[in-house]
Write a protein that binds this ligand. Sequence first.
Ligand code: G3P
Length: 220
Amino acid sequence: MKIFLDTANLDELRKGASWGIIDGVTTNPSLIAKEGVPLQDQVRRICDIVDGDISAEVVSTDAAGMMREAYELAKIHKNIVVKVPLIRDGIQTCAKLSKEGIRFNVTLCFSAGQALLAAKAGAYIVSPFVGRLDDIAMDGMNLIKEICTIYKNYGYKTQVLAASLRSPLHVSQAAQAGAHIGTLPFKVLDMLFNHPLTDKGLDQFLKDYAKAFQEAPAGR
Ligand code: G3P
């Protein structure tokens, strides 16, 4: 599973990129707003930090506006994937401009039927939101499984990006379900490293080593 960072914060992106395990970035209007920098400027900076697919979302809700924004965003960098919401005009925009070679991430997907529409429209990525379904007492991870099954059944090339992942457990479950990509807030990526037995084991290794070599009398 590819790992993307779900953030528009440059410090988080620099740190994540320095670990050498980040395959791409997803942003959305809320994440961009948090940084207080206009969308296109921030996306340009992100492209300089991470060499991978960078999702940048339109803010228009009509097809004409989305198409105009899609052309502008796609011009910023070869790695840009234009994000459109899974509404009628978003699907229309994706279907039309995918044929022209613009890559789309169809976002705010909450049902397998919606994911089928994204695949039919030639989306490069579809983004089902796991955590937000869990929030309303629905099984978010089951949606990932359903979409992966449908896409496999018919050979759709659209990649399933598990979004709204809130914990390390969500990440491993998304990978087991067959998601092509998981997008993680920085905090969740950071938590993935943690295991008490790793810390305990390392502590013991270093203590044993120090005891044998650093505390031994010289010459031994
Ligand atoms: O980028 C969309 C998604 O990952 C948002 O997650 O936690 O706000 O539901 P969340």
